[in-house]
Design a protein around this ligand. Structure first.
Ligand code: ATP
Ligand code: MG
Length: 402
């Protein structure tokens, strides 16, 4: 007899008032999808926590999966036992023996929501602590910093015994907070921005600007590979590829060189906004970090942002590059991002872009040419593809997702 279930704690989700059921249901579906390789598990969602009933499946393997799911604060493999003191003591001892290594210290933490139970929390602590000390050699109690914290929880329906609390990924359940369009380059920053937005519950779709033949198929493949990584969170990731060559050429013909970057960004934002509207999104996400490059000074952002009033989410705005790179390593996008293929913006980058562009100037430069027609054409020519995680590419069953 080892664990028969995993107790999942929601954390922040539990403060969400009326939306709570929606959040819990989303989390349940996300867990179910992530555990699709464990066909025997059953998920029981309650108001304040969730139980994953193992039905013989491997609790360690499932634990590894749970660590990556947003909306889980922590979880504990546990054993359900009938509220009979002798049975509970036997079960606690058996579980303890399985996990205890010689020389380790322990304590008991009792929790009792069923006030009719024969022992109070102090009574449970001493009864179970004494039982374990009598039956396990070479064991000491350490109430401050124990190696094993054996938790005994008495609830109305039964008692639960667990010995570990494992930290979850936190955040809010993926795809529970509405949709945003991620401007996804092949660089290090934007995939991280996408990941952090998903962690906060956003459903994210990617928009990539592609300028063949100036940017190669391999640059596009890089963005597809990044999208497949981002698809790990939700099981799928939609990517829009915008044909951008004609617009970039027009910009270079029409706009003074030191303002081409500002106009390029403004038009990218207009196109992303149009795609967002078509897809029913409510926000745009970028990988911008304040002051990192010429397009990311406050003056640049002010001049670029003027083309839309849609909320722009910039998860990395105050982060240093090293911090961003650490996250990229953690989420496994870093090595794809550093592949050396040119992005559309680097190909056309002016030798000295304005770091403090003036809004009235850029408006004036753009007024001599009708970019709107080209914007519409690019939106219409955009290709949408839905990527699946590399790890699941053969699995076509997404029925439960929607
Ligand atoms: P990244 O590492 O994400 O490429 P960066 O530091 O290289 O960012 P920029 O090239 O200035 O910064 O781009 C700023 C943001 O603009 C990017 O994070 C991304 O959101 C968006 N962006 C840049 N190039 C493209 C592109 N080709 N397609 C879509 N979005 C882009
Ligand atoms: Mg870039």
């Amino acid at each position: 007899m080892m664990y028969d279930r995993i107790l999942v704690r929601y954390g922040e989700i539990s403060t969400k008032g009326r939306n709570r059921n929606k959040f819990i249901d989303r989390l349940r579906k996300n867990i179910k999808r992530a555990l699709s390789n464990y066909p025997n598990v059953a998920i029981k969602a309650e108001r304040d926590r969730m139980f994953i009933l193992l039905n013989g499946e491997d609790s360690d393997g499932i634990g590894e999966k749970l660590k990556e799911i947003f909306g889980i604060q922590s979880f504990s493999p546990a054993l359900k036992v009938e509220k009979d003191l002798d049975k509970m003591k036997d079960a606690a001892l058996e579980l303890f023996r399985k996990i205890h290594k010689p020389g380790q210290t322990f304590k008991i933490t009792a929790k009792r929501s069923d006030k009719t139970f024969e022992l109070d929390t102090n009574g449970i602590n001493s009864e179970f602590g004494g039982h374990i000390l009598r039956n396990v050699d070479d064991l000491k109690v350490d109430v401050r910093n124990p190696d094993i914290n054996l938790q005994i929880e008495i609830r109305k329906e039964a008692a639960y015994i667990s010995a570990e609390t494992i930290k979850g990924a936190g955040g809010l359940p993926a795809a529970s907070a509405g949709k945003g369009m991620l401007m996804l380059s092949g660089g290090i920053d934007s995939p991280v921005a996408g990941y952090l937005s998903m962690k906060r519950g956003l459903e994210v779709e990617g928009v990539h600007f592609f300028s063949p033949p100036f940017t190669s198929e391999r640059a596009k493949q890089k963005v597809i590979d990044l999208s497949e990584k981002l698809a790990e969170v939700n099981g799928h990731f939609a990517l829009h590829i915008v044909p951008f060559t004609e617009i970039q050429q027009a910009i270079h013909k029409q706009i003074p060189e030191n303002y081409t970057m500002t106009t390029t960004r403004r038009i990218m934002l207009r196109i992303t906004d149009a795609i967002r509207e078509k897809q029913g999104g409510l926000a745009i996400i970028t990988g911008e970090s304040l002051g990192q490059v010429a397009s990311q000074t406050l003056e640049s952002m002010y001049a670029i942002n003027e083309v839309t009033s849609t909320p722009i989410i910039r998860p990395l705005i105050t982060m240093d590059k090293l911090q961003i790179m650490d996250i990229a390593q953690d989420i496994d996008t870093h090595d794809i991002s550093i592949r050396p293929y040119e992005d559309c913006c680097t190909v056309f980058v002016p030798s000295s872009p304005k770091t403090k562009p003036k809004l009235d100037k850029v408006q004036n430069f753009e007024s001599f040419f009708d970019f709107e027609e080209l914007v519409q054409k690019a939106v219409e020519g955009t290709e949408r593809m839905v990527l699946k995680p590399a790890s699941e590419r053969k699995d076509d069953s997404m029925d439960d997702l929607f």
